[in-house]
Design a binder for this molecule. Sequence first.
Ligand SMILES: N[C@@H](CCC(=O)N[C@@H](CS)C(=O)NCC(=O)O)C(=O)O
Length: 197
Amino acid sequence: MKLFSTPNSPFSRIARIAIHELSLTEKIDIEFVTVRDQESELLKYGPLGKVPALQVDGELFSDSRIIVNKLESLAESVKLTARSNDSASLSFEGFCIGFLESISIWVREARRKQELISQELLEVERSRAIRCVKYLSQNMEHLRNSISLASIAVACALDLAQRRLSFNEFEKYPELNDWLQEISKRKSFRCTEPLPI
Ligand SMILES: N[C@@H](CCC(=O)N[C@@H](CS)C(=O)NCC(=O)O)C(=O)O
């Protein structure tokens, strides 16, 4: 079994963290590939060319939530994704993944050539992130309880926002900030840290 990844993709980081948390490091190889590249090794396995992608028994699974779900089925007992009958957790998980998506869009926009950057889009994402961080600070009970796809997505999003956008809004909320410092100490987070760019 193989996970296709890039060193700095936040969605790949979710999958790599999940592999550690589910004790699957011995079973799944990580292969770093290029993306947005016609010569990418990943295109030999499917047309999408996005990471993460998990290859199991000749099938290629895309999308981090589907991948984490598949990884859970290969692991002993730990569950990271919200159960379909747990509405509150499911709703929160969707919010957390959406938050990471928005931070990724913000980072991607900020990295474009100066003349192509939309200041309007940067502002839309910045305002969204400020709202979301406040919401997180008011819903800490969902993050504190246990390691989950939701908590992994939020930690990856806040870490990415701080590294690439110098967005430190979460530092205004001591409980959220302390939680982030704590979860970031886990081995799964330390050994999947993005590379400097
Ligand atoms: N919704 C997908 C998002 C995956 C995604 O956008 N991956 C980016 C890297 S963070 C990618 O592979 N981009 C390559 C491309 O756009 O061609 C997930 O949850 O895995």
